[in-house]
Design a protein around this ligand. Sequence first.
Ligand code: ADP
Ligand code: ZN
Ligand code: ZN
Length: 802
Amino acid sequence: MAIYNALTYEIPDVLVSAVTFGIRVEVPLRNKLYSGIVTRVHQSKPDYRTKRIISVLDKDEIITSAQYELWLWLSSYYCCSLGEVMSVALPSGLKLSSETKLIFNPSGDINEMELSDDEYLVSEALSIQNELTIQLIQDILNKKTVYPVIRSLLEKRVLYIKEELIEKYKPKTIDIITLNKEYDSGQGNIQALDKVRRSELQTRALLAIFDIKRKQPFIKKIDVKNRADVDTQPINVLKNKGIITIEKKEVSRLVEDVDENTKDITLSALQKKSVDHIMAGDDTTDIHLLHGVTGSGKTSIYIELIKNVIATGGQVLYLLPEIALTSQIVQRLEAVFDKELLVYHSRVSNNDRVEIWREVIYKRHLVVGARSSVFLPFYNLKLIIVDEEHDASFKQDNPAPRYNARDTAAYLSRIYGAKVVLGSATPSIESFQNVRQKKYTYTHLAKRYGNINLPTMELVNLGKMLKTGRMTGSFSIILKDAIEDALEAGEQVLLFQNRRGYSPIIKCSLCGWAAECTNCDVSLTYHQHYNEMRCHYCGFKCAKPNKCAACGSDHVMLLGLGTEKIEEEVKELFPKVVVKRFDYDTVNTKRKYQDIIDKFEHKEIDILVGTQMISKGFDFDNISLVGVLNADALLNYPDFRSEERTFQLLTQVSGRAGRRSQQGRVIIQTFNPNHPVFQDVISYDIQRFYARELKNRNQYVYPPFYRLINVWFRHKKMDVLKDAASILYDDLSKKYKSRIGPPHDPPLVRVRGYYQQLIIIKIEKNNVTLRQLKVDLMATRSKVLELKPFRSVRIGIDVDPY
Ligand code: ADP
Ligand code: ZN
Ligand code: ZN
């Protein structure tokens, strides 16, 4: 429970000199012990009885004053407590409470001589029990003050804080073959061939190795497999026979392997102009919007900017959407910045996070990370890049603080005096509006790098295709032919459908009954692979019903289209090609993700079917065709941003086609070919799209003209919920009448077994009113929550919801 704002404790005389800003202290709270951070040392007594600090954990501060300034801003801007901010901002390795579980570090080299008596006792106990709570450690040592011991053991890496140990970021490696010395000459080659002469496969593999060696500085195993058309086995035999050695090498160390241009890029004139424009800056703002079409070389521009900033000793934060992190962008940055680069994301284990936390303060100059990296302790941050700034994953939904890392970057830049570069091929309406109002500068790259054409775009009218019998399953004849053409030319294909599973609806054709989740108001998706029904909100699973649960008939049909079904149809239509699926079900670990990316890169996959995961950060040179199976589904979200999202998503997936040489082609299937959003997408008319969207937003009182605050109420009982919501509503609307909408049902009334109600606040962008409203809102919320019947109601405030 991290719901507190700063609390006041008494400093015992012996600790007076040790207690300073930014260090951790051990304090009692409600009969438990916690580690807390000192934010202020003062003389004013609060109106409650203060308890005493028990011990001091740190000599040096673990947060900087700049970080603390950010925390304060977040808590007031996003209406949450400092405790809530701290809980996401501090790595859990730096947060301790009585219930924290500690485990033995199996790989730790313990030097018993270095341990104090207490440390030794704890490490002994741990090696026997594997897992201890802090409470137990208090018992073992028979004292209350154990945090300093634990801290020291953590630092000596004797123990770990228990946490699911999540995969650590590892640089990508590939297998490299070298010929062993005695076989690495003309004469040696002949001897080697002689050793394998009885096996055709081994001979082929060996010949391929000789051939590649003549042309390339590195012999990649994968290339040998492709060239010789063999699998791994004969290559392994060559190794066992002592002819070759196979080693794993980090891709970034093999400069030749990475795009020749990444290491030493020569910017095009247009790119150079953009860099100069951004570096020169503007008198009025430090925030720059870089709007460059897909493939215009924004990454090259970022790289140049980063080099400039690092050269003057500054630090750079490069924010990416979470899923793009494991991708090629990191590799490209790694190739250039090597040891300067640090990658920080939610998949980094917590122990590593503590390490990174310390390191950022002292060493690295470039941090690449997802949204939570805004909390790192920078000392000289001079540039923040927000790549794909329109991406919704920069906003945290749950729990509080519900912050947007893009907007947080703007505040960070003020604290540090850093530049911000927001980059996207499809900037958010908010950022676009900020440009119009001269709050951001604007740089536009309208052409792809190297003057490569943008893909051609076509809409296919599904209704017409159906009527005229030109559909095979979900594929129109146009899309099907285009796939054939691409495959024939040896090119690769991406197929996009933003729905995982096999089919999202299972319905009775007699009575209309549909299978729904028992905890949520949503239909269950059928997953063929698991042969079960699943809820995508709460994870509920059950068997696929054979009969209608309402009328008992067996006329139950699978409706709607998911990636699994498309994969199946593709396999039927094109039995000879390799098809893979790229969605949350198939790439739930980093290894699987990398595996599919590698295979795709090496052209071992012909067709990749995926959800929006394929739209982020994919840069492949052989995709000539992108197909969207049903674009209408994208527009069906009940949200004022659904058209903006559709425009962005379709433009982004399309941008994966034809990035290097051949003309790319995009085919979008829809029942509404005349829908203005689709028309804007296919004509690349982003200006027309923005103009229309801005008009609508203004008319219907939405951002960027007004600010939104959603107030969510959750409870198991609907009547309790409704009472709580209307009390808050009545109270606030006294003062802010027209701005507050009455409580109502959100699109999903029930999620994970909880009912929900929603109050939407729309308020003009006047900082004074807005700030006051937030203060009043927080106060009213506390008041409601203190009323007895509502103690278990959850009220979540979401400022600038996304
Ligand atoms: P974006 O991020 O704008 O979609 P990228 O930065 O991925 O575009 O660039 C698209 C392609 O063009 C990449 O393959 C990249 O290697 C290449 N490219 C971009 N700028 C340059 C440059 N200055 N020199 C050589 N290649 C470049
Ligand atoms: Zn029925
Ligand atoms: Zn559910």
